[in-house]
Ligand binder design. Sequence first.
Ligand SMILES: [Zn+2]
Length: 339
Amino acid sequence: MKEKLQEIREKALSQITAAENLDTLNDIRVNILGKKGELTAILKSMKDVSPEDRPKVGQLVNDTRTVIEGKLTEAKKNFEKAALEKRLSFEKIDVTLPAKKNKLGHAHPNTSVLEEVEKIFVGMGYEVVEGPEIEKDYYNFEALNIPANHPAKDEQDTFYITPEILLRTQTSSVQAHEMEKGNLPIRMIAPGRVYRSDEVDATHSPSFHQIEGMVIDKNVTFADLKGTLETFAKELFGEDTKVKFRPHHFPFTEPSAEVDVSCFKCHGKGCRFCKGEGWIEILGCGMIHPNVLRMSGIDPEEYVGFAFGVGLERITLLKYEIDDMRLLYENDDRFLSQF
Ligand SMILES: [Zn+2]
């Protein structure tokens, strides 16, 4: 009996040592300590042992059981510990690794320039207003002294939605809306998107942006207009910028002028940038035509005003020295990330 127990004990211990996983351990437990296990069978055969030997044998069986159970528990713990360590090493975080950089967005060059222009005019006491992009023919043309048969209507290739409704071709349409409100005096700029059925090329797009400006008050003169635009040009392009007014014609202003600024690259000497001219055209302007005031219910005998219109893209291309307008709309990250 004693030898048998010794044999079971040695076999169990060597099996446990050789066990490769928890399942094997469990099988060993069942085979030895289970209901039909080898050690259980010995316990059952205790009835054949003589009464005086029983305590000694019983002690021996219990000792064997304790040793095997202890070894099984220890082995189980080792397996669990190894499994935990393996999992932790998988999930380990190296805190010395540099953090992943998040890409920060930034304003589109058009937006940056628009913000700069708005800041300049707000600094001079102007209000920034907006108007609808889908507009009545009246506000886009008629109220601006461009009657139905006026050649300017042909020049501007208009997207008509119905004969009376169109996509505005100029932000000047906001002027008429503001004048109709009748809150005089007015000092406003109106930036926004405009539409013309132009073919896309380096300097044209069917959709682009303008910034309209308008002042209506008593005793406003052409000198005020010149002073305003000179201040604007100097703030935008630099203190040494010179401004030149060339007579021009627009239906909604009289007199009208186009405004050139001295080339900020060559300072007037002439370079590739200004095509050797030394000057760069940036906007159109003039004193508001009395007809335009009258049509919106303002008495031209009492009030005068001036207006100007700037192409936002034109300013952006100049400021950032970009030579193709299409780059502004293609959303190519390689291009946009430079600004
Ligand atoms: Zn130049």
